[in-house]
Design a protein around this ligand. Structure first.
Ligand SMILES: Nc1nc2c(c(=O)[nH]1)N[C@H]1C(S)=C(S)[C@@H](COP(=O)(O)O)O[C@H]1N2
Ligand SMILES: [Mo]
Length: 199
């Protein structure tokens, strides 16, 4: 019966299914930074993975660019309740960066230029779930959004996607990061609304 109007209505229903509990949609791209924006020239930029046995793997900017690139389109969910759908990125999968890393550690502590840290299980970085992203919407990633490069872990609240990422420490024991120490949830699954400690 009746005419089904495609377009706006249909899209809205679909979008609502993609909105975790308590979130609302935004079209702009808010900036949330706990401190000033560090400026890291690409020629001095490096990314490291340090293992629990003390080995450090390093990539320069040029080395990162020479690795296989992916172009994920993902939804972002911030703990302050905005979500942004279908964001388009370019970056290197953490699976590629972990290829020659020998580690049995379960925990990762991400650290950024500027001092920000955040922790997550190593398994949440692997199997196509995380990238070192350096382009957004076909442009170089803007400094306020984490450029030259940021971690992108879209299945967790966005505070886990460390901007200005500098490296990953692999650890045998979990070590809470900046927001996790300040009362945010240790894991941060938006679909289970794990905003704060105890959620
Ligand atoms: N280095 C660093 N990374 C960070 C933050 C920060 O303050 N410093 N804020 C986090 C939080 S709380 C959010 S919501 C997102 C915001 O990313 P955006 O500014 O690109 O929207 O970055 C996350 N990564
Ligand atoms: Mo956030």
């Amino acid at each position: 019966m009746g005419v089904v109007s495609r377009g706006f209505r249909g899209r809205r229903r679909d979008d609502d299914d993609r909105l975790p509990p308590g979130q609302y949609l935004v079209e702009d791209f808010p900036v949330l930074s706990a401190g000033p924006t560090p400026r890291v020239p690409r020629e001095r930029w490096e990314f490291t993975i340090g293992t629990e046995s003390g080995h450090t793997h390093r990539w320069s900017w040029d080395e990162l660019m020479a690795l296989p690139q992916e172009t994920p389109t993902v939804d972002l969910h911030c703990v302050t309740k905005w979500s942004k759908l279908d964001t388009r990125w370019q970056g290197v999968s953490l699976d590629v960066l972990f290829e020659n890393v020998e580690s049995a550690a379960d925990h990762a502590l991400i650290h950024s230029y500027g001092g920000y840290t955040t922790n997550l299980p190593v398994e949440d970085l692997l199997d196509g779930k995380a990238w070192i992203a350096h382009r957004f919407d076909s442009e170089e990633l803007a400094p306020q959004h984490g450029g030259p490069a940021r971690l992108l872990v879209p299945h967790l609240y966005l505070w886990k996607s460390a901007k200005w990422v500098r490296g990953i420490h692999l650890l045998d024991e979990d070590h809470p990061g900046f927001w996790e120490t300040a009362g945010y949830h240790n894991y941060g699954d938006p679909w289970r609304e794990q905003r704060y400690e105890g959620d």
